[in-house]
Design a protein around this ligand. Sequence first.
Ligand code: UDX
Ligand code: ADP
Length: 458
Amino acid sequence: MGFDKKILGIGAGYVGGPTMAMIAFKCPQHKVTVVDVNHDRIARWNSDKLPIYEPGLDEVVQTARGRNLFFSTDIEKGIKEHDIIFVSVNTPTKTFGDGAGMAADLQYWEKTARQISKYSDTDKIIVEKSTLPVRTAEALERILTASNRGVRFEVLSNPEFMAEGTAIRDLEEPDRILIGSRETEEGRSARDELVGIYTNWVSEERIITSNIWSSELSKLVSNAFLAQRISSINSISALCEKTEADVTEVARAVGMDSRIGPGFLNASIGFGGSCFQKDILNLVYLCRHYGLEDVADYWEGVVSINDYQKERFVHNMLSAMFNTLAGKKICLFGFAFKANTGDTRESPAIYVARRLFEEKAHVRITDPKALDNARIDLQDLSDQISYVEDPREAASGCDAIAVMTEWDMYRDLDYARIYRSMAKPAFVFDGRNILDHKGLFELGFNVYPTGKGALTHF
Ligand code: UDX
Ligand code: ADP
């Protein structure tokens, strides 16, 4: 069967997998192939047990796979046979050398660029999907054209704004699609081709275009603004705990101001995920590079408050439990960085688990989707930490429950039974404010929410 366009996705991770699957799902007339260096990952994309958990993803993949969606490890063939290439390889924060802990590690991404350059025999449109530092497209163009074999590459920036846990909905009904291109005839023509793919399911008013640098920077800035809201409300949660104000009430009142808006004002144990910290640090690095020290300090503050919030949580546990956690059993409810994902990258639960371990507590972890990743994150402590699928069983015999992830299933467990099974006095630390604090208090728990007064029996 002949396809209209041949589209390749390089990188079959949290971004590339769902994004390419959605394009295939919505555009049966185009062939979509996804390649990855990781054989195991590709095997799982071709199986019934997909490598990532994302509500609604199974149905999308099942519909398109084998029809016009294919997963493969043959990167060379993929590059040769496709005309439009989406790049969604990982760009973590550098852990070594210049810019360590701050700048993006572009090694996977540069390797991909070199592979594209090496294997391309025909003109290609290259679409940047990975979040990259501003002006990376320019570097990409340089690498691509260095071999100078007469093949033309047109680079577009098309940042992905989907969030994990809601990826399918976000991809299906995006707030906006942003496409950055060069303002040349070739640039505009490549951009129009990409617009043509999205208009299969997204209305044209939602597709916005800009120059490449604006597009790259917009992604960093969107994430920085979102993270800033969380750090803002988290900073106020500390003040609420001192003043008998209630952070949920404050957030509600503040969020009803239409200039501010209600989203992303849930006080929490701190934000996690692969994007926020990485992107802010990228922004900070960029500002420092241009000598904008004050601007860099301003944004770095968002990350500092996040670190502060995580440590504050542990500190609150310590002081509530009579200044010692040594030998106490503590159950972490949730390990994913948010609900509806098995992803644990930068999850605040990693920090909390490690700190509790340092305090010589016995840590038990439960999570409906993230236990495999939790085991990897904490593998150096493997024999010291236990992993229990069922939250009731996990809490049994513990001194405290600490809610790390806002999974719905934790809202209505039989807490009377759980209370009876725990050591006394029994504590609940709700890092997500999802539980019925008054109800738990009445059952006998000592309850420590985030950003509101504790309910204790002492
Ligand atoms: C984010 C952006 O939302 C998305 O647009 C971008 O493409 C990638 O980064 P993601 O990391 O998947 O997506 O999750 P998000 O829903 O933004 O949550 C990030 C973190 O903030 C989570 O740890 C979450 O629990 C926390 N959070 C979110 C809060 O603590 N409070 C809130 O009110 C909202
Ligand atoms: P993200 O959240 O940005 O999608 P992931 O780590 O989930 O990040 O996914 C990135 C994927 O890119 C990984 O599966 C990794 O194996 C893949 N990858 C990295 N470098 C290359 C490369 N040169 N060619 C193909 N795939 C690559």
